[in-house]
Design a protein around this ligand. Structure first.
Ligand SMILES: *[C@@H]1O[C@H](CO)[C@@H](O)[C@H](O)[C@H]1NC(C)=O
Ligand SMILES: *[C@@H]1O[C@H](CO)[C@@H](O)[C@H](O)[C@H]1NC(C)=O
Ligand SMILES: *[C@@H]1O[C@H](CO)[C@@H](O)[C@H](O)[C@H]1NC(C)=O
Length: 178
C-alpha cells in the first residue's frame, strides 16, 4: 500500500515536472526574408513577422505568381547557428505538384501541417495569382523529438520549370528550460 502511494507520488511529480518543462520552452519564428529572383514571374508584396506576444510571432507572406506554375520544386535546407548558419541534418527536395496530390516525406508533411490552415497554398497545381500565408506560428505540438536548443534557419529555394524563381528564409529559435 505504502509503496503504491510512493510510486503514485513519483508519477505525479513526473507529470508536474513534464508540464512545467513544456511551458518553459521557447519556440518561435525570429525572422523572415523573401526574395524574388524573377520579378516577371514572382512578385513579393509583403514578407515579415508579427509579434503577438513575448512567446509568439506569426508569419505574414503575400506574393503574386504572374503566370501559371505547373512544375515546382522546393529545395529545403535546415541550418543551425554555430558561428554562422551551417547546414544541419535535413535537406529535402520536394516536388510540390506531386506533394499536393499525395503528401510524401515526413519532414515536408510536418512543415505543411504548420502552414496548412494559414495559407491558400493548399491545393493542386497550377499555382497562379495571390499566394498568402497569414498567421502561421510555431507550436510545441509541431516540435520534432530531440531538437537541440538553438537558433535555426529553414532556407527554401523555389524552382519553376527547373529554374530558381524565389527564395524564402525563415529563422526560428528553440530553447528549453528557460
Ligand atoms: C510566455 O512564456 C512565459 C514563460 O515561458 C510564461 O510564463 C507566460 O505565461 C507565457 N505567456 C503567454 C502569453 O503564453
Ligand atoms: C522568368 O519569368 C518569365 C515569365 O514567366 C519566364 O518566361 C522566364 O523564363 C523566367 N526566367 C527564368 C530564368 O526562369
Ligand atoms: C497582398 O498584396 C497586394 C498588393 O499590395 C494587395 O493588393 C493585397 O490586398 C494583399 N493581400 C493580402 C491578403 O494582404
Amino acid at each position: 500500500m505504502r509503496i503504491a502511494h510512493i510510486v503514485w507520488g513519483i508519477f505525479q511529480i513526473g507529470v508536474i515536472l513534464k508540464l512545467s518543462y513544456n511551458e518553459a520552452h521557447e519556440f518561435k519564428w525570429t525572422n523572415l526574408v523573401c526574395e524574388s529572383l524573377n520579378k516577371s514571374w514572382v512578385v513579393i508584396h509583403n514578407c515579415r513577422l508579427r509579434a503577438v506576444n513575448r512567446n509568439k510571432t506569426t508569419l505574414i507572406l503575400n506574393g503574386t505568381i504572374l503566370h501559371p506554375a505547373n512544375d515546382i520544386l522546393a529545395k529545403v535546407q535546415l541550418l543551425k547557428k554555430e558561428n554562422g548558419y551551417k547546414p544541419w541534418l535535413y535537406s529535402v527536395n520536394i516536388d510540390v505538384c506531386r506533394f499536393m496530390k499525395k503528401p510524401y516525406n515526413p519532414v515536408a508533411i510536418l512543415m505543411f501541417k504548420m502552414f496548412k490552415e494559414f495559407t491558400n497554398i493548399n491545393h493542386a497545381c497550377p499555382f497562379i495569382g495571390p499566394q498568402i500565408v497569414n498567421g502561421a506560428y510555431l507550436n510545441l505540438k509541431f516540435l520534432p523529438n530531440l531538437l537541440p536548443s538553438g537558433d535555426y534557419q529553414v532556407a527554401t529555394n523555389w524552382y519553376f520549370d527547373k529554374r530558381p524563381q524565389f527564395q524564402t528564409k525563415v529563422y526560428f529559435t528553440f530553447k528549453e528550460d528557460l
